[in-house]
Write a protein that binds this ligand. Structure first.
Ligand code: C5P
Length: 232
């Protein structure tokens, strides 16, 4: 599978999202619909973007008891997105149930990936707030092997952990990595960040880029810069 850039469309309306996507000219990028946009517009935003030919990563990060997640995934499966996700912290049982719910009668399903530790979480916060004292890289690669053993396709992690995840889970196991900033950008609330070029060097399969593109003065140029650094 080739590398690609996924744009995080963190907007609160369909109108704003389409206005933004129109600024990208002829590009039909992989787009991420997160909680803000999905909760504002509901499933119709998925249909609208699919009809316009965008590939879709539905980033709703499910985390609940296995039966609830299984049933929710069954509903999401009908939206026919390309990729969706959950929290690996929900346990292997939850991930296995999710996969079952997501798989359609004909055996097809969207890609399913697991969030390991959010890229906004630091080692310090993980220890103080979650009482997890192992090094971040070990926690992320352990969650990744749980995801792999549960039959999932990959994980969301920081680009800084992509290499280790591939070592533990194999090159074919996908690493989808937010926490990407251009060298001259502000980090915002992200803690574990790198540039698109560095993410490529570290072996990420997909980078998820939000504000560095959506808040840029020229989003088309920012997207093209990401593609040039990460894919080209
Ligand atoms: O604007 P920015 O580039 O920081 O956006 C990153 C996107 O990736 C956001 O939509 C955020 O919800 C998402 N994300 C993340 N860290 C994760 C999983 C998803 O930042 N571990």
């Amino acid at each position: 599978m080739g590398r690609d850039v996924i744009i995080a469309c963190d907007f609160d309306s369909k109108e704003q999202t389409l206005d933004f996507l129109d600024k990208l000219g002829d590009h039909k990028p992989y787009v991420k619909i997160g909680m803000e946009l999905y909760y504002a517009e509901g499933p119709s935003i998925v249909k609208a973007l699919k009809e316009r030919g965008y590939k879709i990563f539905l980033d709703l990060k499910l985390h609940d008891i296995p039966n609830t997640v299984k049933k929710a995934m069954k509903v999401l499966s009908n939206l026919d997105v390309d990729m969706c996700n959950l929290h690996a912290a929900g346990t292997c049982k939850m991930m296995e149930a999710a996969l079952e719910g997501l798989t359609r009668e004909d055996g097809s399903r969207p890609l399913l990936i697991a969030v390991t530790q959010l890229t906004s979480t630091t080692q310090e916060r993980m220890e103080a707030d979650m009482l997890i004292y192992e090094p971040m890289e070990k926690v992320v690669s352990h969650y990744a092997s749980n995801a792999k053993n549960s039959g999932l396709d990959g994980v969301v992690c920081s680009p800084l952990e992509s290499g280790r995840v591939h070592e533990v889970c194999g090159e074919g196991f996908l690493t989808v990595t937010p926490g990407v900033r251009f060298a001259d950008d502000d980090k915002g609330d992200q803690a574990r960040v790198t540039t698109p070029a560095k993410a490529k060097e570290l072996g990420s399969d997909y980078i998820v880029v939000g504000r560095s593109i959506t808040a840029a003065a020229d989003p088309k140029a920012a997207y093209e810069r990401c593609i040039a650094e990460f894919v080209g």
